[in-house]
Structure formats: C-alpha cells, structure tokens
Design a binder for this molecule. Structure first.
Ligand code: AP5
Ligand code: MG
Length: 229
C-alpha cells in the first residue's frame, strides 16, 4: 500500500513537471514573433526574408522551399507535390501545415522569431495555422503588379543555373491566377495585423519599411512580457 502511494505521488510529480515545462515552453514561444510573409509569385518575399534573417537572426521557413525539399527527396509524395506545383495550384494545407509545424517545433527552443514565407495562401490556411500552431503577430504583404512579378521571375530564371520547375511563363501565369483568386479574402480577414508594403520599389527602400514594422512588433512583445512579470 505504502509502495503504491509512493508510486502515485511520483507519477503526480512527473505530470506536474511536464505541465510546468509545457507552460514554460508556451511562454517562451509567445515571446518570439511569428510573422507571415505574403505576396504574389516573384514579389520579393524570399529577398526580403534573407535581409530580415541577416538583421534579426530569425528563422526563415518558406513553404515553397519545404515543399521543394520534399520533391528533391524523390519520394512518391514528392512527385505528386511537383505535379501540383508545376500546375501553379496549391498543395493541400494538411501537407504544408504539417511541414511548417514540424520545422517550427524543431527550431522553437533556439529561435528568435519565425518568418513564415508564402503562407497563408488562402484564408483557411491562416485560420488553421493560428488554431494549431500559434497566432501570427504581423503579416507583411508585398504589393506588386502582375507584370513586374512576371518579369522578375523570368529574369531570375534566365540568370539562374538551377531553374525552378515552375519558373516558366505558363506556370507563372497560373501561379498569378491562383494568387489573384485567394488573396483578397486573406487581406480582409487579417486586415488588423497586415501591413501592405509597396514592393515595386528598390529592395533597400522596401526593407526600411519592413524594419520599422518588425521593430514595432518586437517593442510590443517586450512590453507585453514585462507586464506579465
Ligand atoms: P513559392 O516557392 O513560395 O513561390 P512563389 O510564391 O511563387 O514566390 P517566389 O518564391 O517565386 O518569389 P518570391 O516572392 O520569393 O520572390 P523572390 O524574392 O525570389 O511557392 C511555390 C509553389 O509551392 C506554389 O506555387 C504552390 O504550388 C506551392 N506552395 C507554396 N506555399 C504553399 C502554401 N502555403 N499552400 C499551398 N501550396 C503552396 O524575388 C524574385 C526575383 O525578383 C529575384 O530574382 C529577386 O532578386 C528579384 N527581386 C526581389 N525584390 C526585388 C525588387 N524590389 N526589385 C527588383 N527585383 C527584385
Ligand atoms: Mg520565394
């Protein structure tokens, strides 16, 4: 009897420890910003993310890159993903969110902040992300004309030694159409946390605005953390 009581007490202690650890992790993760990076194909999401990583040391998770890694593995699933990406359509959210979530969990302990590049691409992706992963602190939307985006991708494809499968005019036009169909609904739903940035300008001019927005989020996070103490 005494042995059983001792075992139960130890079990309770272990559960409490686990709960405390989960809470600690949840608190720690809420201190770091989660930023969605939105905009059409070729608007400059990856370019701005590289600069943000350089300045702030955030973790850059591009949904497109995660999917291309899966394709590169040569798996059957990868082949199916490539087919969808080459058609300019959207991969199922179950697939994308699972890749993103795994990457976030892997980086959580050491990350200073997350840049979620190319996600959400339709309204429900945003809703599911916030329900299953965490609320986003900010969405940066890079606004750019379709002509400019097409030209930028064509120029990238011409200059690159490893051309992306979806960087051809037919697929770019399909990607633009997918973007056109879904974006207004995202912008409407997340209006309160979205900053629209004119992305037709020089990379450095755009980045100045990006920095202002991120500094503002970091300041708010710091104040919120201080208020909790
Ligand atoms: P993804 O890889 O995300 O491609 P994308 O959204 O089409 O955008 P890109 O990566 O081509 O462009 P970018 O905005 O990063 O621009 P970049 O900085 O490179 O997605 C690919 C596919 O994966 C999707 O079509 C879909 O099938 C699937 N997928 C991805 N996410 C998904 C999701 N959430 N759900 C479902 N499916 C998903 O710049 C482009 C070029 O322009 C570069 O050469 C750059 O140097 C230049 N440039 C950048 N900024 C400027 C500037 N200001 N002035 C002049 N040139 C500039
Ligand atoms: Mg990109």
């Amino acid at each position: 009897m005494l042995f059983m009581c001792h075992q139960m007490a130890m079990k309770k202690e272990a559960v409490e420890k686990l709960k405390a650890e989960e809470l600690r992790k949840a608190r720690a993760s809420s201190d770091i910003p989660i930023i969605w990076i939105l905009g059409g194909p070729g608007c400059g999401k990856g370019t701005q993310c590289a600069k943000i990583v350089e300045k702030y040391g955030f973790t850059h998770l591009s949904s497109g890159d995660l999917l291309r890694n899966e394709v590169a593995s040569g798996s059957d699933k990868g082949r199916q993903l490539q087919e969808i990406m080459s058609s300019g359509g959207l991969v199922s959210n179950a697939e994308v969110l699972s890749l993103l979530n795994d990457a976030i969990v892997r980086a959580k302990g050491s990350s200073k902040g997350f840049l979620i590049d190319g996600y959400p691409r339709e309204k429900n992706q945003g809703v599911e992300f916030e329900a299953r992963v965490a609320p986003a602190d900010l969405a940066l939307y890079f606004d750019c004309s379709e002509d400019t985006m097409l030209q930028r991708i064509m120029a990238r494809a011409a200059a690159s030694s490893v051309k992306r499968e979806d960087d051809n005019e037919k697929t770019i036009r399909a990607r633009l159409q997918t973007f056109r169909q879904n974006t207004n609904a995202i912008l409407e739903l997340y209006e309160a946390k979205t900053l629209t940035i004119n992305a037709e300008r020089d990379v450095e001019d755009i980045f100045l605005e990006v920095v202002q927005a991120i500094d503002c989020v970091l300041k708010k996070k710091k104040q919120a953390a201080a208020a909790q103490c």
